[in-house]
Design a protein. Sequence first.
Length: 492
Amino acid sequence: MKKILIFALLIISLIINAQQPEGNWDRLIEMKPGYFRVIKNSMVGLVSSDGTILIPCEFDQVFDLTEDNYVKVLKNRKTGLYHLDIGLILPAEYDQIWAFEGNIAKVLKDRKLGFVSREGYIVIPVEYSHIWAEENGLIKVLKNGKTGYYDLDGNVVIPAEYQIIWSFDGNLAKVQKNGKIGYVDRDGNEVIPAIYDKIGTFENGKARATLDGVIFFIDKDGNILEIHDEISVIPTTQQPPVFEDFQSSEKKTDNIIRQSGNRNVNYSASKTATRKYKSFKGHLSSFMIGINGYVNSNFEDMPPVEYGFMEIDYNNSCEITLYPWQHSTRLIGSHFGLVTSLGVQFNNYRFHLYNSNELLDNELAKSWFPRVEQPNSRINKAKLINFYLNVPVMLELQLPDGRGRKGIYLSGGVIGGLKINTHTKIVYDYRNVNYKHKHNRDLGLQMFRYSYMARAGYKNVGIYATYSPMSLFKKNKGPELFPYSVGLTLNF
Protein backbone atom coordinates (compact mmCIF):
# COMPACT_ATOMS: atom_id res chain seq x y z
CA MET A 1 0.00 0.00 0.00
CA LYS A 2 2.81 2.38 0.89
CA LYS A 3 4.56 1.74 -2.44
CA ILE A 4 1.32 2.47 -4.31
CA LEU A 5 0.90 5.82 -2.49
CA ILE A 6 4.50 6.87 -3.25
CA PHE A 7 4.02 5.93 -6.90
CA ALA A 8 0.81 8.02 -7.12
CA LEU A 9 2.50 11.07 -5.60
CA LEU A 10 5.35 10.70 -8.06
CA ILE A 11 2.94 10.58 -10.99
CA ILE A 12 1.10 13.70 -9.74
CA SER A 13 4.40 15.57 -9.30
CA LEU A 14 5.45 14.68 -12.83
CA ILE A 15 2.13 15.91 -14.20
CA ILE A 16 2.40 19.25 -12.31
CA ASN A 17 5.99 19.79 -13.38
CA ALA A 18 5.05 18.94 -16.95
CA GLN A 19 2.39 21.72 -16.88
CA GLN A 20 4.75 24.36 -15.47
CA PRO A 21 6.46 26.58 -18.04
CA GLU A 22 10.17 26.39 -18.42
CA GLY A 23 12.18 29.47 -17.58
CA ASN A 24 14.54 31.08 -15.16
CA TRP A 25 11.99 32.59 -12.76
CA ASP A 26 12.54 33.68 -9.17
CA ARG A 27 9.04 32.53 -8.36
CA LEU A 28 6.16 30.97 -10.25
CA ILE A 29 2.50 30.99 -9.12
CA GLU A 30 -0.36 29.37 -11.00
CA MET A 31 -3.08 31.96 -11.63
CA LYS A 32 -5.52 29.53 -13.29
CA PRO A 33 -5.02 26.31 -15.25
CA GLY A 34 -2.53 26.99 -18.03
CA TYR A 35 -1.52 30.51 -16.85
CA PHE A 36 1.18 31.43 -14.35
CA ARG A 37 2.10 34.65 -12.59
CA VAL A 38 5.92 34.82 -12.61
CA ILE A 39 8.36 36.99 -10.68
CA LYS A 40 11.85 37.90 -11.79
CA ASN A 41 14.07 40.56 -10.19
CA SER A 42 11.05 41.63 -8.07
CA MET A 43 9.01 42.38 -11.19
CA VAL A 44 5.85 40.49 -12.13
CA GLY A 45 4.62 39.10 -15.44
CA LEU A 46 2.37 36.39 -16.92
CA VAL A 47 3.27 33.29 -18.97
CA SER A 48 1.34 30.37 -20.37
CA SER A 49 2.06 26.72 -19.57
CA ASP A 50 4.02 26.32 -22.83
CA GLY A 51 6.39 29.12 -21.79
CA THR A 52 4.90 31.88 -23.97
CA ILE A 53 5.38 35.29 -22.34
CA LEU A 54 1.97 36.95 -22.31
CA ILE A 55 2.93 39.89 -20.11
CA PRO A 56 6.63 40.73 -19.64
CA CYS A 57 8.09 40.88 -16.12
CA GLU A 58 8.15 44.65 -15.84
CA PHE A 59 5.19 45.40 -13.56
CA ASP A 60 4.75 45.76 -9.82
CA GLN A 61 1.70 43.51 -9.90
CA VAL A 62 -0.36 41.47 -12.36
CA PHE A 63 -3.94 40.99 -11.23
CA ASP A 64 -6.25 38.03 -11.79
CA LEU A 65 -7.30 37.01 -15.25
CA THR A 66 -10.97 37.81 -16.01
CA GLU A 67 -13.36 35.47 -17.78
CA ASP A 68 -13.01 37.48 -20.99
CA ASN A 69 -9.17 37.26 -20.84
CA TYR A 70 -8.42 40.79 -19.62
CA VAL A 71 -5.65 41.35 -17.06
CA LYS A 72 -4.96 44.54 -15.11
CA VAL A 73 -1.33 45.44 -14.40
CA LEU A 74 0.18 47.88 -11.92
CA LYS A 75 3.35 49.94 -12.34
CA ASN A 76 4.43 52.96 -10.27
CA ARG A 77 0.94 52.99 -8.72
CA LYS A 78 -0.65 53.34 -12.15
CA THR A 79 -2.95 50.79 -13.79
CA GLY A 80 -2.88 49.38 -17.31
CA LEU A 81 -4.76 46.64 -19.18
CA TYR A 82 -3.74 43.61 -21.25
CA HIS A 83 -5.79 41.16 -23.32
CA LEU A 84 -4.33 37.69 -23.88
CA ASP A 85 -5.18 37.68 -27.59
CA ILE A 86 -4.62 41.36 -28.41
CA GLY A 87 -1.77 42.31 -26.08
CA LEU A 88 -1.43 45.70 -24.42
CA ILE A 89 -4.79 47.52 -24.46
CA LEU A 90 -4.11 50.44 -22.15
CA PRO A 91 -0.67 51.57 -20.90
CA ALA A 92 -0.08 51.70 -17.14
CA GLU A 93 -0.95 55.38 -16.75
CA TYR A 94 -4.46 55.27 -15.29
CA ASP A 95 -5.41 55.68 -11.65
CA GLN A 96 -8.23 53.16 -11.99
CA ILE A 97 -9.84 50.98 -14.65
CA TRP A 98 -13.30 49.57 -13.98
CA ALA A 99 -14.68 46.30 -15.39
CA PHE A 100 -16.25 46.36 -18.84
CA GLU A 101 -19.99 46.88 -19.01
CA GLY A 102 -21.01 45.87 -22.47
CA ASN A 103 -18.35 47.16 -24.83
CA ILE A 104 -17.02 50.03 -22.71
CA ALA A 105 -15.22 50.49 -19.39
CA LYS A 106 -14.85 53.59 -17.22
CA VAL A 107 -11.32 54.84 -16.52
CA LEU A 108 -9.84 57.44 -14.14
CA LYS A 109 -6.75 59.50 -14.96
CA ASP A 110 -5.51 62.63 -13.18
CA ARG A 111 -8.86 62.83 -11.35
CA LYS A 112 -10.76 62.90 -14.64
CA LEU A 113 -13.12 60.22 -15.94
CA GLY A 114 -13.80 58.78 -19.38
CA PHE A 115 -14.70 55.55 -21.19
CA VAL A 116 -12.60 53.19 -23.33
CA SER A 117 -13.61 50.39 -25.70
CA ARG A 118 -12.60 46.73 -25.44
CA GLU A 119 -9.92 47.41 -28.04
CA GLY A 120 -8.45 50.25 -25.97
CA TYR A 121 -9.83 53.17 -27.97
CA ILE A 122 -11.08 56.28 -26.16
CA VAL A 123 -14.86 56.35 -26.49
CA ILE A 124 -15.56 59.27 -24.15
CA PRO A 125 -12.57 61.61 -23.56
CA VAL A 126 -10.96 61.33 -20.12
CA GLU A 127 -11.80 64.92 -19.14
CA TYR A 128 -14.95 64.77 -17.02
CA SER A 129 -15.27 65.25 -13.27
CA HIS A 130 -18.19 62.80 -13.07
CA ILE A 131 -19.82 60.23 -15.32
CA TRP A 132 -23.15 58.61 -14.54
CA ALA A 133 -24.12 55.03 -15.31
CA GLU A 134 -25.52 54.30 -18.75
CA GLU A 135 -29.25 54.95 -18.96
CA ASN A 136 -31.34 53.98 -21.98
CA GLY A 137 -28.33 54.02 -24.27
CA LEU A 138 -27.02 57.40 -23.08
CA ILE A 139 -24.26 58.40 -20.65
CA LYS A 140 -24.45 61.67 -18.72
CA VAL A 141 -21.17 63.56 -18.11
CA LEU A 142 -20.16 66.53 -15.96
CA LYS A 143 -17.43 69.06 -16.83
CA ASN A 144 -16.77 72.44 -15.21
CA GLY A 145 -20.14 72.25 -13.47
CA LYS A 146 -22.01 71.66 -16.76
CA THR A 147 -23.68 68.42 -17.88
CA GLY A 148 -24.14 66.75 -21.25
CA TYR A 149 -24.82 63.37 -22.87
CA TYR A 150 -22.89 60.86 -25.01
CA ASP A 151 -24.23 57.78 -26.75
CA LEU A 152 -22.54 54.38 -26.34
CA ASP A 153 -20.53 54.92 -29.54
CA GLY A 154 -18.89 58.05 -28.13
CA ASN A 155 -20.92 60.57 -30.11
CA VAL A 156 -21.90 63.82 -28.39
CA VAL A 157 -25.67 63.85 -28.14
CA ILE A 158 -26.03 66.89 -25.90
CA PRO A 159 -22.98 69.14 -25.33
CA ALA A 160 -21.91 69.73 -21.73
CA GLU A 161 -23.34 73.23 -21.46
CA TYR A 162 -26.32 72.74 -19.15
CA GLN A 163 -26.36 73.23 -15.39
CA ILE A 164 -28.79 70.32 -14.95
CA ILE A 165 -30.18 67.69 -17.30
CA TRP A 166 -33.02 65.64 -15.88
CA SER A 167 -33.62 62.03 -16.96
CA PHE A 168 -35.35 61.50 -20.30
CA ASP A 169 -39.07 60.96 -20.20
CA GLY A 170 -39.75 59.41 -23.55
CA ASN A 171 -37.99 61.53 -26.15
CA LEU A 172 -37.64 64.68 -24.01
CA ALA A 173 -35.47 65.72 -21.06
CA LYS A 174 -35.78 68.90 -19.02
CA VAL A 175 -32.63 71.09 -18.94
CA GLN A 176 -31.43 74.15 -17.06
CA LYS A 177 -29.12 76.69 -18.68
CA ASN A 178 -28.13 80.04 -17.16
CA GLY A 179 -30.80 79.52 -14.54
CA LYS A 180 -33.56 79.04 -17.13
CA ILE A 181 -35.52 75.90 -18.01
CA GLY A 182 -36.21 74.21 -21.36
CA TYR A 183 -36.43 70.77 -23.00
CA VAL A 184 -34.14 68.85 -25.37
CA ASP A 185 -34.81 65.71 -27.39
CA ARG A 186 -32.61 62.62 -27.80
CA ASP A 187 -30.93 64.14 -30.84
CA GLY A 188 -29.76 67.09 -28.78
CA ASN A 189 -32.21 69.57 -30.28
CA GLU A 190 -33.51 72.23 -27.89
CA VAL A 191 -37.14 71.77 -28.82
CA ILE A 192 -38.24 74.12 -26.04
CA PRO A 193 -35.65 76.89 -25.54
CA ALA A 194 -34.12 77.24 -22.06
CA ILE A 195 -35.64 80.66 -21.39
CA TYR A 196 -38.38 79.85 -18.87
CA ASP A 197 -38.36 80.22 -15.10
CA LYS A 198 -40.18 76.92 -14.53
CA ILE A 199 -41.62 74.10 -16.61
CA GLY A 200 -43.50 71.16 -15.11
CA THR A 201 -43.77 67.63 -16.43
CA PHE A 202 -45.94 66.90 -19.44
CA GLU A 203 -49.35 65.42 -18.78
CA ASN A 204 -51.73 64.75 -21.63
CA GLY A 205 -49.36 66.51 -24.00
CA LYS A 206 -49.07 69.79 -22.10
CA ALA A 207 -47.00 71.25 -19.25
CA ARG A 208 -47.42 74.20 -16.92
CA ALA A 209 -44.75 76.89 -17.42
CA THR A 210 -43.90 80.34 -16.01
CA LEU A 211 -41.97 83.28 -17.37
CA ASP A 212 -41.52 86.51 -15.39
CA GLY A 213 -44.39 85.51 -13.13
CA VAL A 214 -46.77 84.63 -15.97
CA ILE A 215 -48.39 81.19 -15.83
CA PHE A 216 -49.46 79.33 -18.98
CA PHE A 217 -49.48 75.91 -20.66
CA ILE A 218 -47.28 74.76 -23.57
CA ASP A 219 -47.15 71.62 -25.69
CA LYS A 220 -44.08 69.50 -26.49
CA ASP A 221 -43.21 71.72 -29.44
CA GLY A 222 -43.18 74.85 -27.27
CA ASN A 223 -46.47 76.21 -28.56
CA ILE A 224 -48.69 78.06 -26.10
CA LEU A 225 -52.00 76.32 -25.50
CA GLU A 226 -53.62 78.61 -22.95
CA ILE A 227 -52.92 81.45 -20.55
CA HIS A 228 -53.56 80.59 -16.92
CA ASP A 229 -54.26 83.25 -14.25
CA GLU A 230 -52.07 85.89 -15.85
CA ILE A 231 -51.26 87.08 -19.34
CA SER A 232 -48.18 88.34 -21.08
CA VAL A 233 -46.20 87.80 -24.24
CA ILE A 234 -44.54 84.38 -24.20
CA PRO A 235 -41.74 83.59 -26.70
CA THR A 236 -41.13 80.15 -28.17
CA THR A 237 -37.64 81.09 -29.39
CA GLN A 238 -34.67 82.57 -27.61
CA GLN A 239 -35.41 85.98 -29.12
CA PRO A 240 -36.86 88.62 -26.79
CA PRO A 241 -40.68 88.66 -26.69
CA VAL A 242 -42.46 91.15 -28.94
CA PHE A 243 -45.32 93.09 -27.32
CA GLU A 244 -48.04 94.48 -29.54
CA ASP A 245 -51.56 95.83 -29.02
CA PHE A 246 -51.55 95.14 -25.28
CA GLN A 247 -54.67 96.30 -23.45
CA SER A 248 -56.12 95.07 -20.21
CA SER A 249 -59.01 95.65 -17.82
CA GLU A 250 -61.03 93.53 -15.47
CA LYS A 251 -64.13 93.50 -17.67
CA LYS A 252 -62.93 93.56 -21.26
CA THR A 253 -60.96 91.05 -23.27
CA ASP A 254 -57.22 91.53 -23.60
CA ASN A 255 -55.62 90.90 -26.98
CA ILE A 256 -51.98 89.90 -27.17
CA ILE A 257 -50.12 89.28 -30.37
CA ARG A 258 -47.03 87.08 -30.13
CA GLN A 259 -44.70 86.78 -33.09
CA SER A 260 -42.53 83.66 -33.30
CA GLY A 261 -40.71 82.85 -36.53
CA ASN A 262 -43.25 83.05 -39.33
CA ARG A 263 -46.26 82.51 -37.05
CA ASN A 264 -48.59 85.12 -35.59
CA VAL A 265 -50.66 83.79 -32.71
CA ASN A 266 -53.50 85.73 -31.06
CA TYR A 267 -54.46 85.07 -27.48
CA SER A 268 -57.30 86.40 -25.38
CA ALA A 269 -57.84 86.42 -21.66
CA SER A 270 -60.34 88.07 -19.39
CA LYS A 271 -58.16 88.72 -16.37
CA THR A 272 -56.09 91.74 -15.51
CA ALA A 273 -52.42 91.47 -16.44
CA THR A 274 -50.24 91.41 -13.38
CA ARG A 275 -46.62 90.56 -12.68
CA LYS A 276 -45.01 88.69 -9.86
CA TYR A 277 -41.53 89.65 -8.78
CA LYS A 278 -38.88 87.58 -7.09
CA SER A 279 -37.51 88.70 -3.75
CA PHE A 280 -34.41 90.85 -3.33
CA LYS A 281 -31.81 90.07 -0.66
CA GLY A 282 -28.85 92.38 -0.08
CA HIS A 283 -25.31 91.69 1.13
CA LEU A 284 -24.95 94.16 4.02
CA SER A 285 -25.11 91.88 7.06
CA SER A 286 -21.43 91.05 7.45
CA PHE A 287 -18.19 91.12 9.40
CA MET A 288 -15.77 93.75 8.06
CA ILE A 289 -12.09 94.19 8.84
CA GLY A 290 -9.69 96.68 7.30
CA ILE A 291 -7.07 99.39 7.67
CA ASN A 292 -8.17 102.84 8.86
CA GLY A 293 -6.50 106.22 8.65
CA TYR A 294 -7.19 109.87 7.93
CA VAL A 295 -6.10 112.56 5.47
CA ASN A 296 -6.00 116.35 5.56
CA SER A 297 -7.92 118.64 3.21
CA ASN A 298 -5.24 118.07 0.54
CA PHE A 299 -5.72 114.30 0.83
CA GLU A 300 -2.31 113.88 2.41
CA ASP A 301 -1.87 111.52 5.33
CA MET A 302 0.13 114.06 7.37
CA PRO A 303 -1.52 115.78 10.34
CA PRO A 304 -0.74 119.44 11.13
CA VAL A 305 2.69 120.11 12.64
CA GLU A 306 1.31 120.75 16.12
CA TYR A 307 -0.35 117.32 15.96
CA GLY A 308 2.71 115.54 14.63
CA PHE A 309 2.34 112.83 17.25
CA MET A 310 -0.84 111.69 15.41
CA GLU A 311 1.01 110.35 12.34
CA ILE A 312 -0.61 106.99 11.58
CA ASP A 313 1.18 103.64 11.86
CA TYR A 314 -0.82 101.77 9.21
CA ASN A 315 0.69 98.40 10.07
CA ASN A 316 -1.08 98.47 13.43
CA SER A 317 -4.18 100.57 12.73
CA CYS A 318 -7.35 98.64 12.05
CA GLU A 319 -11.10 98.97 11.75
CA ILE A 320 -13.58 96.24 12.71
CA THR A 321 -17.30 96.54 11.90
CA LEU A 322 -20.16 94.18 12.56
CA TYR A 323 -23.58 94.37 10.93
CA PRO A 324 -25.49 91.37 12.34
CA TRP A 325 -28.83 92.28 10.78
CA GLN A 326 -30.14 93.79 7.55
CA HIS A 327 -33.39 94.79 5.89
CA SER A 328 -33.69 94.58 2.10
CA THR A 329 -36.22 96.44 -0.05
CA ARG A 330 -36.72 95.60 -3.74
CA LEU A 331 -36.71 98.62 -6.04
CA ILE A 332 -36.36 97.28 -9.60
CA GLY A 333 -36.98 93.58 -10.27
CA SER A 334 -34.95 91.23 -8.12
CA HIS A 335 -31.55 92.70 -9.00
CA PHE A 336 -31.65 96.23 -7.59
CA GLY A 337 -32.73 97.33 -4.16
CA LEU A 338 -32.14 99.22 -0.95
CA VAL A 339 -30.42 97.65 2.07
CA THR A 340 -30.08 99.06 5.58
CA SER A 341 -28.73 97.76 8.85
CA LEU A 342 -27.67 98.59 12.40
CA GLY A 343 -24.19 97.76 13.68
CA VAL A 344 -21.12 98.73 15.65
CA GLN A 345 -17.76 100.00 14.44
CA PHE A 346 -14.39 99.94 16.20
CA ASN A 347 -11.54 102.22 15.05
CA ASN A 348 -7.98 101.86 16.31
CA TYR A 349 -5.63 104.70 15.25
CA ARG A 350 -2.10 103.66 16.19
CA PHE A 351 0.51 106.45 16.16
CA HIS A 352 4.06 106.26 14.86
CA LEU A 353 6.78 106.60 17.50
CA TYR A 354 9.67 107.97 15.50
CA ASN A 355 10.54 110.18 18.42
CA SER A 356 9.16 109.42 21.87
CA ASN A 357 9.94 112.97 23.00
CA GLU A 358 7.15 114.18 20.68
CA LEU A 359 4.65 112.67 23.06
CA LEU A 360 6.51 113.79 26.17
CA ASP A 361 7.17 117.39 25.15
CA ASN A 362 4.17 118.27 22.96
CA GLU A 363 1.61 120.22 24.97
CA LEU A 364 -1.31 118.81 23.00
CA ALA A 365 0.01 115.30 23.48
CA LYS A 366 0.24 115.92 27.20
CA SER A 367 -3.47 116.76 27.24
CA TRP A 368 -4.16 113.44 25.50
CA PHE A 369 -1.82 111.39 27.68
CA PRO A 370 -1.52 113.46 30.89
CA ARG A 371 -0.06 110.71 33.02
CA VAL A 372 3.21 110.45 31.09
CA GLU A 373 5.22 112.69 33.37
CA GLN A 374 8.57 110.93 33.74
CA PRO A 375 11.01 112.67 31.39
CA ASN A 376 13.14 109.57 30.82
CA SER A 377 10.30 107.25 29.86
CA ARG A 378 10.37 105.24 26.65
CA ILE A 379 7.04 105.17 24.79
CA ASN A 380 6.11 101.72 23.39
CA LYS A 381 2.56 102.31 22.21
CA ALA A 382 0.17 105.23 21.79
CA LYS A 383 -3.25 105.14 20.13
CA LEU A 384 -6.72 106.64 19.82
CA ILE A 385 -9.73 104.29 19.96
CA ASN A 386 -13.31 105.11 18.89
CA PHE A 387 -16.57 103.16 19.04
CA TYR A 388 -19.56 104.10 16.84
CA LEU A 389 -23.13 102.94 16.45
CA ASN A 390 -23.77 102.90 12.69
CA VAL A 391 -26.85 102.96 10.45
CA PRO A 392 -25.86 102.38 6.79
CA VAL A 393 -28.26 102.88 3.87
CA MET A 394 -27.01 101.27 0.64
CA LEU A 395 -28.22 100.91 -2.94
CA GLU A 396 -27.21 97.51 -4.29
CA LEU A 397 -27.03 96.12 -7.82
CA GLN A 398 -26.73 92.34 -8.26
CA LEU A 399 -25.31 90.87 -11.46
CA PRO A 400 -25.48 87.27 -12.75
CA ASP A 401 -22.33 85.15 -12.74
CA GLY A 402 -21.39 82.62 -15.41
CA ARG A 403 -24.15 80.30 -14.20
CA GLY A 404 -26.89 82.89 -14.35
CA ARG A 405 -27.07 83.30 -10.58
CA LYS A 406 -26.92 86.62 -8.75
CA GLY A 407 -23.46 86.08 -7.30
CA ILE A 408 -21.83 89.44 -8.05
CA TYR A 409 -22.91 92.58 -6.23
CA LEU A 410 -22.01 96.30 -6.27
CA SER A 411 -23.32 98.75 -3.69
CA GLY A 412 -22.85 102.30 -2.51
CA GLY A 413 -24.43 104.53 0.06
CA VAL A 414 -24.17 106.56 3.24
CA ILE A 415 -23.42 105.62 6.85
CA GLY A 416 -24.74 107.64 9.77
CA GLY A 417 -22.62 107.20 12.91
CA LEU A 418 -23.10 108.01 16.60
CA LYS A 419 -19.95 108.08 18.77
CA ILE A 420 -20.53 105.98 21.89
CA ASN A 421 -16.99 105.92 23.31
CA THR A 422 -13.58 107.50 22.82
CA HIS A 423 -10.37 106.93 24.73
CA THR A 424 -6.62 107.07 24.37
CA LYS A 425 -4.14 104.50 25.55
CA ILE A 426 -0.41 104.69 26.09
CA VAL A 427 2.12 102.06 27.06
CA TYR A 428 5.56 103.22 28.26
CA ASP A 429 8.60 101.96 30.07
CA TYR A 430 10.15 103.74 33.00
CA ARG A 431 13.14 102.25 34.79
CA ASN A 432 12.39 98.81 33.31
CA VAL A 433 8.81 98.87 34.53
CA ASN A 434 5.91 98.86 32.03
CA TYR A 435 3.01 101.23 32.59
CA LYS A 436 -0.35 101.29 30.78
CA HIS A 437 -2.71 104.22 31.04
CA LYS A 438 -6.15 104.56 29.48
CA HIS A 439 -7.61 108.05 29.34
CA ASN A 440 -11.36 108.60 28.70
CA ARG A 441 -11.95 112.06 27.33
CA ASP A 442 -14.02 113.70 24.61
CA LEU A 443 -10.93 115.18 22.87
CA GLY A 444 -13.21 117.32 20.70
CA LEU A 445 -14.36 114.51 18.37
CA GLN A 446 -17.64 114.79 16.48
CA MET A 447 -20.58 113.18 18.25
CA PHE A 448 -22.38 112.54 14.94
CA ARG A 449 -20.81 111.97 11.55
CA TYR A 450 -21.65 110.57 8.16
CA SER A 451 -19.49 108.64 5.70
CA TYR A 452 -19.71 107.27 2.19
CA MET A 453 -19.24 103.55 1.66
CA ALA A 454 -18.74 101.43 -1.46
CA ARG A 455 -18.78 97.63 -1.51
CA ALA A 456 -18.26 94.94 -4.14
CA GLY A 457 -18.00 91.19 -3.95
CA TYR A 458 -18.94 87.73 -5.07
CA LYS A 459 -21.35 85.70 -2.96
CA ASN A 460 -20.11 85.90 0.66
CA VAL A 461 -16.70 87.55 0.14
CA GLY A 462 -16.03 91.16 -0.86
CA ILE A 463 -14.13 94.40 -0.41
CA TYR A 464 -15.18 97.78 0.91
CA ALA A 465 -13.99 101.37 1.25
CA THR A 466 -15.29 104.29 3.34
CA TYR A 467 -14.58 108.01 3.45
CA SER A 468 -16.09 110.75 5.61
CA PRO A 469 -16.27 114.33 4.27
CA MET A 470 -16.72 115.42 7.92
CA SER A 471 -13.64 116.12 9.96
CA LEU A 472 -12.92 113.68 12.76
CA PHE A 473 -12.81 116.62 15.18
CA LYS A 474 -15.14 119.52 15.79
CA LYS A 475 -14.10 122.89 14.39
CA ASN A 476 -11.35 124.52 16.48
CA LYS A 477 -11.35 121.46 18.78
CA GLY A 478 -8.72 119.48 16.93
CA PRO A 479 -6.96 119.00 13.58
CA GLU A 480 -8.95 118.92 10.37
CA LEU A 481 -8.60 115.24 9.44
CA PHE A 482 -11.00 113.17 7.38
CA PRO A 483 -11.21 109.44 8.23
CA TYR A 484 -11.21 106.63 5.67
CA SER A 485 -10.84 102.84 5.62
CA VAL A 486 -10.41 99.93 3.18
CA GLY A 487 -10.75 96.22 3.84
CA LEU A 488 -12.51 92.91 3.40
CA THR A 489 -16.08 91.77 4.09
CA LEU A 490 -17.41 88.35 5.06
CA ASN A 491 -21.16 88.26 4.56
CA PHE A 492 -23.62 86.29 6.67
